[in-house]
Design a protein around this ligand. Structure first.
Ligand SMILES: CC(C)(COP(=O)(O)OP(=O)(O)OC[C@H]1O[C@@H](n2cnc3c(N)ncnc32)[C@H](O)[C@@H]1OP(=O)(O)O)[C@@H](O)C(=O)NCCC(=O)NCCS
Length: 158
């Protein structure tokens, strides 16, 4: 019998830093939404790959809101953390902050939830380690992800 490995969210947590260059901006000289989605996807994929020690594919990105513009020259910091591991899929939360390098002021600009599937060498879904949440916020995110999965399966079954 195969015993599934266990990992905690902190074992795969990712911090990714980017600098907003002119080529990353829209006509308003702010960070382009598509570039932000790209960075969110990469940060999420890194956390999922680290948890599963494999290549991963994005299967879903939940609604992402853009509440604050991010200016050219700002630093963008993305924190990606696993919130749930299913059989072959993993839910990741990405928190995004922007920091003005002249003032040092850092603000939270985005939050996104994504789902990735771990792939084996034949690019078929493969089993991932179980996720063991430790802190109160990890436990609460785990329950939230679990509830969302139950709801998604309920809707699919209709
Ligand atoms: C990832 C992929 C290989 C999965 O193959 P599949 O045959 O759909 O596999 P399954 O139906 O067994 O689903 C695998 C897991 O993904 C989950 N999943 C599938 N669709 C999902 C969705 N829309 N939202 C969240 N999870 C989803 C399933 O619940 C399952 O999770 P579990 O094993 O933890 O229970 C396939 O969907 C694929 O290649 N998708 C394209 C990926 C891609 O190109 N991404 C980049 C987009 S630009």
């Amino acid at each position: 019998m195969n015993i599934r490995k266990e990992k905690t969210p902190s074992q795969s947590k990712i911090e990714m830093t980017q600098l907003v260059l002119p080529n990353d901006t829209n006509l308003l000289n702010n960070l382009l939404g598509g570039r932000m989605l790209h960075w969110i996807d990469i940060a999420g994929a890194l956390a999922a790959s680290k948890h599963s020690n494999s290549k991963v594919a994005t299967v879903a990105i939940e609604r992402v809101e853009f509440r604050e513009p991010i200016n050219v020259g700002d630093m963008v910091i993305l924190f990606a953390t696993l919130t749930y591991a299913g059989n072959t899929s993993m839910d990741i939360k990405v928190d995004v902050y922007s920091e003005n390098l002249e003032t040092g002021i850092r603000i939270k600009t985005n939050k996104a939830y994504l789902t990735f599937v771990a792939l084996d060498h034949q690019e078929k879904p493969k089993t991932v380690p179980l996720l063991i949440p430790e802190t109160p916020s990890e436990i609460s995110e785990y329950k939230l992800s679990e509830d969302k999965r139950i709801e998604r399966k309920r809707k699919k079954a209709r």
